[in-house]
Design a protein around this ligand. Sequence first.
Ligand code: ADP
Ligand code: MG
Ligand code: MG
Length: 887
Amino acid sequence: MKKYVYLFNEGNASMKELLGGKGANLAEMTNIGLPVPSGFTITTEACNAYYDSGKAISPEVKEQILIALEKLEQHTDKRLGDPTNPLLVSVRSGAVFSMPGMMDTILNLGMNDETARGMAELTNNPRFAYDSYRRFIQMFSDVVLGVDVYFFEQLLEEYREEKGYSSDPELTAEDWQEVIKGYKEIVKKRTKKDFPQDPREQLFLSINSVFDSWNNQRAIVYRRLNKIPGHLGTAVNIQMMVFGNMGDDSGTGVAFTRNPSTGEAVLYGEYLINAQGEDVVAGIRTPKPILTLKDEMPTVYQQFADTCHHLEQHYKDMQDIEFTVERGKLFILQTRTGKRTAQAAIRIAVEMVAEGIIDKKNAILRVDPDQLNQLLHRRLDDKVERNLLAKGLPASPGAATGGVVFDADEAETLGNEGKKVILVRPETTPDDIHGIVAAQAVVTSRGGMTSHAAVVARGMGKACICGCEDLKIDLSKKQFIVGDTVVNHGDVITIDGGTGEIMLGEIPMIEPELSDEFKLLLEWADETRKLGVRANADNPVDALRAFEFGAGGIGLCRTEHMFMDPKRIPIVQKMILAETYEERKEALDLLLPMQQGDFEGIFEAMQGLPVTIRLLDPPLHEFLPDKEELLVEVTKLQITDPDNEELQYKEKLLKKVNQLAEFNPMLGLRGCRLGLMHPEIYEMQAKAIFYAIATLNDKGLPVKPEIMIPLVGHVNELKEMRELVINAANEVQQETGKEFNYLIGTMIEIPRAALTADQIAEEADFFSFGTNDLTQTTFGFSRDDAEGKFLQAYINHKVLPENPFVVLDQEGVGKLVETGVKLGRQTNPTLKTGICGEHGGEKHSIEFCYNTGLDYVSCSPYRVPLARLAAAQATIRNDKIIGEEKI
Ligand code: ADP
Ligand code: MG
Ligand code: MG
């Protein structure tokens, strides 16, 4: 018989797939002797069996649950439903990957009229017993019976008003009994049935609904966002209740073993005295910081701090821990690897190496390259004075500016239109998740650092400020008030999630810098990786940034951007309009020194590292005005001002635009075809490069140029262009008396080039796979059309697993890359290879490049640190460099 139910002492941390993360860790903690309330776990397989049999718990599973329940009763010496000694349990969901707050949990199960009375006597605390009972009715009705909590809250509020109470703690045992009567009437009215009194019935109904919650809307959205497969299912944990709501010697809380925002190695969390379960994260009462517990309950605090240390050493990672104190006794209810910001991830990884908890390799693996984007973004300029509007808790760092919105749906709508919005709410719930995704940042007026908004925002790397109690939010008027300032829907605010500050209007941002810990981690990455990382940079500013971020060279310098400069465009147009060779030469002679200047700047910034310069790639009509606009202007002038000198020029332009127009510019006269048809353009560019080298040589500066011919499909194209470049070099050499060291290579971005790479490599010193265009030409997709018209639908319908312009299509495009490398090296063993598409900054594609044996990847300067880390991770994973831990 298959085992569907495990007592906590029968499992361990490695059984996550079967027991879910929560269950596996409860088992592990039980076995290392931590104070965990006893219980058992119903496996994810039972969940899948439940779905397979049309949402029914099979007799087999049911029987195993009842046996485990009996053991739990024996162990705790309490009985479910026994009024003289009742066992109360929680029914907790627990998926393989943590999905905080996404699924349902029920507390205090086993309460009914009789056990409530029994509890009251047994604990000598009737107030506590009836408070727990009403919590159970409300939670069970909400989760299992589908009665909205609103009805219960409404009743409670009316009751409080009637009695003149301002808060719940003022209600007595008798009051709660009255409230319970009302609650039961609500249930009867809404479900046409009495509230179930049989604890076993309660139990099985709850298990069903936890299984059901695997497929509730918010869980589905969360899984989609986090790429968690839907077939895994959730486990269910049945656990003896412990009570944080038994009085002022009790409480409940959540803590991280280190600060999840900054990474600082101090306990970080919150708790509430005399409270239960989700009270802390719900944001209803603002909790106290964990350090206060040291004064309020010194012994418990010390025990908790020791437990945190123990757990961190045991799991070798920062933990996120839920605990409850019942009458001065500490219980641990959950531990899991804590979610953290990129900044914290780096600091924790680096410090854990210093503390001897993990080694460098593991530290490198601890930081997700995707997360680093957060750190490489701009932040608020410190030099600009901040007109502080309000200050809340700095829940997740980062700066953001946007219009204020008060509703998650609206945030989503505006966000999808490309508008920048900041979601402002009293608190957020899992139902707001789509709005948080779409917003630039989140601000709440209630709740602490572990509130829902804070946890979710940190997970997404989004700026967040919580518990900003100065904000008086009026959702119906769509505004908030701070003092006498009214901020309306749509007004722009700026927030600094690292300080908790909220300012009116927009504040300028500045470029990011790498922290010392980040630099250290990247140094370790550089020691480990074997794949080179270069940057795509078209101008000296980007080249400098690339150099600062540790690029080992420039893998792609596009020269067309130099042509697009508004000051140069008239000269470029003159060159295009030229009727004769002389005319064209004249324009090119003007462009040459400008290009030379650009190249000098870039070479200088890179201090002798290799720089790959691609000769002109786009079709010439891209440098001319838009045809329609031109037509309008010409027609206007013809009517209003036919003698205008402009007109003649514009007519000439228009004629040229018509001449150069192409049916399919992506496959038209561009790349090396341009070089073949108009060699004087490439000649000018090549000479500008060599003159630049000569100038730098005069200054005693080293240069390593690599000249790249784009869009080659046939070896003969490259052969001619190679000759052209060599001739240019020789000419400049004769003129300047300098010797030049340079490479000539090509971009591989057409399938034919990859398939005939052996021939092409005879004329090439290097290949750079231009995977953007190679993806277009391999799929036959035009990127702009695909992304605008059908790619999303393809992904939604699983025609394609991912956007191939973001994550390299290894099976198709990747096969061409592999083929190209293999064939190329056959005829040219010293061939250098790299990629320069956007894929060069994407971790999966980087791993592929490493495994394919490329020499380097090239990506945008901001992604260089990410690529250095990802390249190191690829080496560790694929070379199976095993540290002290399993990887
Ligand atoms: P989630 O996965 O949404 O965090 P949990 O299953 O962890 O849900 O339950 C939420 C909270 O309920 C816990 O943090 C804890 O405070 C409370 N809780 C759960 N089980 C028990 C229990 N056996 N005794 C006391 N409190 C419990
Ligand atoms: Mg939890
Ligand atoms: Mg291209």
